[in-house]
Design a protein around this ligand. Structure first.
Ligand code: NAP
Length: 484
């Protein structure tokens, strides 16, 4: 019997493991469905894939890296960082690869979780920690006749590296966070490119650059400088939150003005810049950063289509305005199905109640980590934890510490189980939903932050420092503690 089993070896799972080890808990394993670690940073290998949070903040606070090459790191270096961190903290040896969770059932009488993986192996654990991320089910729109296309097509998170882009006519559907990164890179290779935009996005300039050798040396010699830089960026990103709440109008207007200037500087064609300028307030959808997305759209061989897609044809796609776009490759940069959370998994809590039943209407949760009816069960990067303006790793670390504390108390006190009280959960969940409903996110119908019934299921309504404060200490009076 393990003290804990963690599902997933991405940023969350690795942090949970490190926090457990820091508390002296070594009797745990990580079950990872793939053949290597890295989660989203293993899967997203599209050209131009990099982080849109500066690396000094998009890294664990306890594992600063003075060797980042870019201010905003490339996917390959982030993956390397994850691999070396897992090795350094001796987490790698706890990972069991190609072990996909299919079922997890709470054993009421004995007080443990029985886990089954796809290959039919069973595991028993006192505590179950899911760390499976929010963005790993690629969403491809159900376009009419998509099967008849004779060229190649793929999703941004399932990049086909076998097919050369050189000299091809390429269509990219979508203009979100992934698209703005891949479009400039793909355009460098393409003979022609059409970007199919449904909704324009607010974009701020990124100002990325290679870090100089003396800067890296300084960060290595005086780690405090890195800490200071991290603190500064954390505070700056935290103030962007004011854009999201929609109350601080001057802050929003200022950012909108900066974004508009960036657009006008890059694109002189008035019609094109009007098509790219959002008509909704900044913060309603995810704010993007890019240095070269607009510049790419201004190039002669790149065009923007704002007419919606009517259907796929054997040679490309047809838009509602009647135009046929002949293409060799269609790239779906159309995002992810984010609302299944754990719903695709057979997780059963007390009295064999499936999570699907408890979350039928909405994924009610406490601190994005626990659910009533599911003792000794913790989620990392669960519902209502995603951010609009800061590094997810801050939230992940706060959760890792909280969960490690719970696992330690269960072991030390020989408790059978802990389970969040339903009144505590309901009061908390009601509060965050009320706050979310007052934010700009509530105004946007089509975002991945919301469930089909319009509830904001993915995002946290406050700043990161509020979450750190609320998750800093485990208040056991929030939980039923079962001693035998
Ligand atoms: P996304 O933000 O959900 O964007 C999907 C895009 O596809 C949108 O432009 C959307 O248009 C469009 N789209 C979807 N269905 C369509 C359809 N049927 N017809 C036409 N257009 C359609 O997905 P993403 O760009 O993959 O980004 C997802 C999330 O991943 C981001 O929000 C971010 O959190 C994360 N991400 C992070 C980084 C990073 O650097 N840290 C990088 C990339 C992604 P609408 O806007 O009209 O819906």
């Amino acid at each position: 019997m393990y003290n804990a089993i963690i599902i997933g070896a991405g940023f969350s799972g690795i942090d949970a493991a490190i926090q457990l080890k820091k508390k002296g808990i070594h009797n745990f394993i990580i079950l990872e469905k793939a053949a290597s670690l890295g989660g989203t940073w293993r899967e997203n290998t599209y050209p131009g894939a990099r982080c849109d949070v500066e690396s000094v903040l998009y890294s664990y606070s306890y594992e600063p890296n003075p060797d980042w090459d870019w201010k905003w790191s490339e996917q390959s270096q982030i993956l390397q960082y994850m691999e070396s961190t897992a090795k350094k903290y001796e987490v790698a040896m706890h990972i069991h690869f190609q072990k996909e969770l299919v079922a997890a059932h709470w054993q009421e009488t004995e007080g443990y979780w029985n886990i089954q993986t796809k290959d039919g192996v069973n595991y028993q654990t006192k505590v179950l920690i899911t760390a499976i991320g929010q963005l790993h089910h690629p969403k491809v729109p159900n376009l009419k006749d998509s099967h008849i296309f004779k060229g190649h097509s793929w999703h941004s998170a399932q990049w086909n590296h076998e097919v050369s882009l050189k000299g091809k006519r390429i269509g990219v559907i979508g203009n979100g966070a992934s698209a703005v990164q891949l479009i400039p890179e793909v355009a460098k290779e393409a003979k022609s490119m059409t970007v199919f935009q449904r909704t324009p996005n607010w974009i701020l300039p990124k100002k990325d650059r290679l870090l100089k050798n003396w800067e890296k040396a300084l960060l290595k010699q005086i780690p405090f400088i890195g800490k200071l830089g991290r603190f500064r960026i954390w505070l700056r990103n935290g103030t962007l939150y004011n854009v999201l709440i929609g109350k601080t109008v001057w802050m929003r207007k200022l950012q909108e003005w900066l974004s508009k200037k960036h657009l006008e500087k890059s694109i002189s064609d008035k019609q094109l810049s009007t098509q790219l300028l959002p008509t909704y307030p900044m913060g309603t959808k995810r704010l993007l950063i890019s240095e070269n997305f607009y510049e790419t759209l201004a190039k002669d061989h790149v065009q923007l289509s704002t007419s919606s897609i009517a259907k796929i044809t054997p040679t490309g796609l047809l838009t509602q305005d009647g135009q046929q776009h002949d293409l060799d490759i269609i790239i779906y940069a159309t995002g992810f199905k984010t609302n299944p959370f754990l719903l695709g998994l057979d997780i059963k809590g007390r009295q064999g109640t499936p999570i699907k039943t408890v979350w039928k209407e909405e994924p009610k949760n406490y601190l994005g980590m626990t659910i009533n009816g599911f003792p000794n069960f913790f989620m990392m990067y669960g519902p209502n934890i995603n951010l609009g303006s800061n590094s997810m790793l801050i939230m992940i670390e706060a959760q890792g510490k909280y969960i490690a504390e719970c696992v330690t108390s269960l072991k030390k006190n020989n408790w059978k189980a802990i389970e969040v009280k339903s009144d505590v959960l309901n009061k908390y969940y009601e509060e965050i939903q009320q706050r979310l409903n007052k934010m700009l996110w509530a105004n946007h119908e089509n975002s991945w932050y919301k469930s089909e019934n319009g509830i904001i299921t993915n995002n946290w309504p406050g700043r990161t420092w509020e979450y750190i404060r609320r998750a800093k200490k485990v208040n056991y009076s929030d939980y039923h503690v079962y001693k035998d």
